[in-house]
Design a protein around this ligand. Structure first.
Ligand SMILES: O=C(O)CCC(=O)C(=O)O
Ligand SMILES: [Fe+2]
Length: 199
């Protein structure tokens, strides 16, 4: 399946729902669930520390440091499984990545709030390549400046094995989130490959 453009103003978003075969996605989910050094980190929201509603991990090349919502994350070295996936994703996205942020949504109560991937170390027009494994969860996008860009929020169901690419000015004009769901759901693992400026 090819990467298919999602038509949105001021954004470049492409989705391949069958980037990985179902079998490859299932075995990668099992391998990463067991081998990734998952952490449950606090995050500062309006000066108050709260636990993130998901598990996270950060892997990258040496020096690919990243300050994520007030957390300075020193990356762990790529594992063989992550390195193999990086090469596949780089070929599809036609770009280089030096790091990957992993999120594990254990249940429907795990989530990610509205944000843009706009940290300075990503540069003005970052390419973000997102792989989803496990349960299908709804990915939402909405304009960052609704007074300037009038558009309804958009929902994309990200299935196991899918590749979502965000590039160009997407992060400047749009926010995205993974809302909680009341539907019973098995775990979902998401990987976002990024190119960060190295120290
Ligand atoms: O889990 C997802 O699909 C989104 C993850 C995300 O937005 C991020 O890691 O910045
Ligand atoms: Fe994000």
């Amino acid at each position: 399946m090819p990467l298919t453009p999602i038509s949105l103003p001021q954004a470049t978003v492409l989705l391949d729902t069958q980037f990985l075969s179902a079998e490859a996605a299932t075995s990668l989910l099992a391998e990463l669930s067991d081998t990734i050094a998952w952490r449950h980190e606090p995050i500062k929201i309006f000066g108050k520390e709260v636990m993130q509603p998901r598990l996270t991990a950060w892997y990258g090349d040496p020096g690919a440091r990243y300050a994520y919502s007030g957390l300075a994350l020193e990356p762990l070295p790529f594992t063989p499984a992550l390195q193999q996936l990086r090469e596949q994703v780089e070929a599809a996205a036609n770009t280089r990545f030096n790091s990957v942020l992993l999120n594990l949504y254990r249940t429907g109560q795990d989530s990610m709030g509205w944000h843009a991937d706009d940290e300075p170390e990503l540069g003005p027009e970052p390419v973000i390549a997102s792989i989803s494994l496990g349960a299908t969860r709804r990915f939402r996008m909405r304009p960052r400046h609704p007074d300037r860009l009038r558009h309804d929020s958009v929902a994309l169901d990200l299935n196991s094995g899918s590749l979502l690419l965000m590039r160009g000015t997407t992060q400047q004009h749009w926010l995205h989130a993974i809302p909680k769901t009341a539907r019973p759901t098995t775990p979902r693992l998401n990987l976002t490959f990024r190119l960060v400026t190295t120290a």
